[in-house]
Design a protein around this ligand. Structure first.
Ligand SMILES: Cc1ncc(C[n+]2csc(CCOP(=O)(O)OP(=O)(O)O)c2C)c(N)n1
Ligand SMILES: [Mg+2]
Length: 439
């Protein structure tokens, strides 16, 4: 296979400013996938031989460029939901396939409705997973339920896959008495001890070294569990990304790093974020087993994560999966993408919708029908709207939860501050109507 094919498949991650994330990504196809892999393996082998093997010295001056390492993208499903002819065999059973599909459909509806609720002033803030559902659900579905998940903030679909309820989502979004986090966090900072989903903290990339450390604990515990850590390609510019990957590699900890490369960090496109071959090439740099997959192809993401999990747990080693995808919505409800990207680009990616693609695969297998789909969507829409109406009437958390459950007993300083707070609210009730009424 020619080098052109190799570089075309990954050129979006190169410094070629003439190509966009979407154009270049589309040009990859599975006809050349195995040849690309072969060619890539050869290159890797020769790269290792030349550079990594100390015995193999060179006496000719030669720099290594990013062309020496072009990582292909694993694709199994075409945009119409038909598997590529030469695609690897996929082992996804019907139950997991349907649960994954329903989770994606549910999250799409939840996201749409919550954005609408924010526009109506019923929520203060929201972040959607729209367009990235397969990257999140495909990876979460490959885990054991007791594996830890550490997310960034756009992975609510993984939490739903594990059974987070509509009441729990909305309790958190409204910070009311249904909220497991007791109203202490901004909306979308979900967490569930029961579902092994670490509470989100939005300072970027902090979850990455934490995941390396948590997985180190799992290795010591020896129960065959691992941690899956999500982050965006923008977060991979943080120092914590490098510290976390290096630590996981050196300490040999069973952590699966899943980068959602969705083309943007708020308004910053990937070609202003990095110059090398995406995020995957960095995994190789840290000595981590790495793969790049089509993040809009649930079968590719699932298959890669199954293998990654098996490898991580059997060898106590990290794995990096880079999912090439696209953030179809705004960064958050505070963002308007029309200021920094065109509609044409969005339309191109709408054609690659991960839900549409997987649905057609299910229809072709006769595991799903259009009637099933209509009923399911109607059921979810009704549920989401009914639960929102119910949950938004619930009272907020008692004010005192601000200081309880932090230390075993509130410290005298916290008690003194709380007294001051109550005093303040009594003085200025007009500025704090919701809280003051309950002091
Ligand atoms: C340490 C830190 N710096 C900056 C921010 C502001 N911020 C929030 S999200 C974001 C972009 C992250 O992009 P990416 O990691 O690609 O994730 P995506 O939103 O695309 O899923 C930035 C800069 C932050 N939360 N934390
Ligand atoms: Mg991003």
């Amino acid at each position: 296979m020619s080098n052109t094919a190799v570089s075309n498949s990954t050129v979006s991650n190169s410094n070629d400013s003439s190509s966009t994330h979407s154009e270049s990504y589309a040009s990859s196809n599975a006809d050349n996938a195995s040849a690309v892999q072969e060619s890539n393996n050869e290159k890797l082998a020769s790269y290792e031989a030349q550079v990594l093997d100390e015995i193999n010295e060179t006496h000719q001056l030669a720099f290594i460029t990013s062309d020496n390492l072009r990582i292909p993208t694993l694709k199994i499903l075409q945009a119409d939901g038909v598997e590529f002819e030469d695609a690897m065999a996929v082992h996804l059973n019907k139950d997991t396939a349907l649960r994954s599909f329903k989770t994606m459909q549910y999250i799409r509806i939840l996201d749409d409705r919550m954005v609408a609720a924010q526009r109506q002033g019923r929520l203060s803030f929201y972040i959607t997973c729209t367009g990235e559902e397969a990257a999140v659900v495909g990876s979460a579905a490959a885990l054991k339920p007791t594996d830890m998940i550490m997310g960034q903030y756009r992975e609510q679909a993984a939490l739903r896959y594990r059974g987070f309820t509509t009441e729990q989502f909305m309790g958190q979004l409204l910070g009311n008495e249904m909220d497991l986090g007791k109203g202490r966090q901004m909306p979308v900072h979900y967490g569930s001890k029961e579902l092994h989903y670490m509470t989100i903290s939005s300072p970027l990339a902090t979850q990455i070294p934490q995941a390396a450390g948590y997985a180190y604990g799992q290795k010591l515990a020896g129960k065959g569990e691992c941690t899956l850590c999500y982050f965006g390609e923008g977060a991979a510019s943080e120092g914590d990304f490098h510290a976390g990957l290096n630590m996981a590699a050196v300490q040999k900890t069973p952590v699966i790093f899943v980068c959602r490369n969705n083309g943007y960090a708020i308004s910053t496109p990937t070609d202003e974020q990095y110059k090398g071959d995406g995020i995957a090439s960095r995994g190789v740099g840290y000595g981590i087993k790495t793969i790049r997959v089509d993040g809009n192809d649930l079968l590719a993401v699932y298959s890669a994560t199954v293998e990654a999990r098996e490898f991580a747990v059997s060898n106590n080693e990290p794995v990096l999966i880079e999912c090439m995808t696209y953030r179809l919505g705004g960064h958050s409800t505070s963002d308007d993408p029309s200021g920094y990207r065109g509609k044409d680009e969005e339309h191109e990616w709408q054609k690659k919708d991960p839900i549409h693609r997987f649905k057609h695969w299910l229809l072709n297998k006769n595991w799903w029908s259009e009637e099933d789909d209509t009923l399911l969507l109607e059921e979810y829409r009704t549920e989401v709207l009914a639960v929102l109406k119910k949950i938004e009437k619930m009272p907020l958390q008692p004010l005192r939860t601000l200081i309880t459950d932090v230390y075993k007993h509130p410290t005298s300083q916290l008690e003194a501050q709380f007294d001051e707070l109550e005093e303040h609210l009594r003085h200025y009730p007009e500025h704090y109507p919701a809280s003051a009424g309950r002091v």
